[in-house]
Design a protein around this ligand. Structure first.
Ligand SMILES: O=c1ccn([C@@H]2O[C@H](COP(=O)(O)O)[C@@H](O)[C@H]2O)c(=O)[nH]1
Length: 308
């Protein structure tokens, strides 16, 4: 998976992942009206509207970016129909050649982690018949239960050539409350960086990067620089650019000298571009996906400043 992601990044000359975090307030009125008319003001209508919205965004960005990152929470809140829209979004993105990073942030004891892993990146077995359920290429996981909670995911990564991005230093303002606590001279995020690096050691692709990546927030460039040193063979998934205030300068530390090593996420900054004050006059509601394309292009140009 990691080699395929890198190949796509190089093909598109763009280390961007577009976050598919739809919210009702982002959905143009005509899409909402169409679906409310068919299904009433119900979770089914919202799920269908999300899918329609995502498909149009994907149609407008798939030639520009290597990957999309659907955020499962946005879909799950609408129950079974929301989850169905999440799965159908993944299927559509794959059909368009995109790498799918499912932002699911799972973490539990081993026996439960095994079920999460089988459902998302492995296979479920029904009396001898195997099924692939969610079909992401890679997922995010929360490592703070320790190695036994990670092991089932590592096995499926090995068996099915999938990937993980493990939370190491998150982008939120209070991430330091726990992640920057120091133990015997090392911060928790550094200790976690070491562990993730070790867990990924046996799972390197031909690129030399491991299938086991790390989530490192764009909003904490000093910590990112330390982690880059600790984890030279680990790919970073970097949220926090754009809507959370991270900028191109902050991202420098996330990349290796080879210009690889990081894929930068923007969700609201791209899929919500049509709602930005400066764009409201320039794009009609019908043109929301064109606004997203323009934002993705601007991000690509911005990132070139960092990786050259
Ligand atoms: O540390 C983290 C880990 C995950 N996220 C997720 O990334 C996107 C960010 O969305 P923006 O609209 O670009 O801010 C969202 O899905 C978060 O849950 C993160 O922000 N920070």
């Amino acid at each position: 998976m990691i080699d395929r992601l890198i190949r796509k990044i190089q093909e598109k000359n763009n280390p961007t992942v577009v976050g598919l975090d739809p919210r009702l307030s982002f959905i143009p009125q005509w899409i909402k009206d169409e679906n409310f008319e068919k299904y009433g003001k119900t979770p089914k209508a919202v799920a269908e509207a999300f899918l329609q919205f995502n498909k149009e965004i994907i149609d407008h960005i798939h030639d520009l970016v290597p990957a999309v990152k659907p955020q499962i929470a946005m879909y799950e809140q609408y129950g079974a129909e929301g989850v169905e829209a999440y799965i159908k979004t993944i299927e559509y993105g794959k059909k368009k050649g995109l790498v799918i990073i499912g932002d699911i942030k799972r973490g539990d004891i081993a026996s439960t982690a095994e079920a999460y892993s089988k459902g998302h990146i492995g296979r479920v077995d029904i009396e001898g018949e195997e099924f692939e359920i969610f079909k992401e290429d890679s997922i995010t996981i929360n490592p703070y239960l320790g190695y036994d909670s990670i092991e089932p995911f590592l096995e499926d990564c090995r068996d099915y050539d999938k990937g993980l991005f493990v939370l190491v230093k998150t982008s939120n303002p209070n991430s330091g409350q726990i992640q920057n606590l120091s133990i015997e001279g090392k911060c928790i995020y550094e200790i976690m960086g070491d562990l993730v690096s070790q867990w990924g050691e046996g799972l390197k692709g031909s690129s030399g990067y491991s299938r086991i990546g790390a989530v490192v927030g764009a909003t904490h460039p000093e910590e990112a620089a330390k982690l880059r040193e600790i984890m030279p063979h680990t790919y970073f998934l970097v949220p926090g650019y754009g809507a959370q205030g991270g900028n191109a300068e902050d991202l420098k530390a996330c990349f290796n000298r080879d210009g690889l090593g990081a894929i930068i996420n923007s969700s609201r900054g791209i899929i919500g571009a049509h709602r930005m004050v400066e764009n409201k006059e320039r794009f009609k509601e019908k043109e929301f996906a064109m606004a997203a394309r323009e934002a993705a292009l601007a991000m690509k140009v911005d990132l070139q400043k960092v990786i050259g």
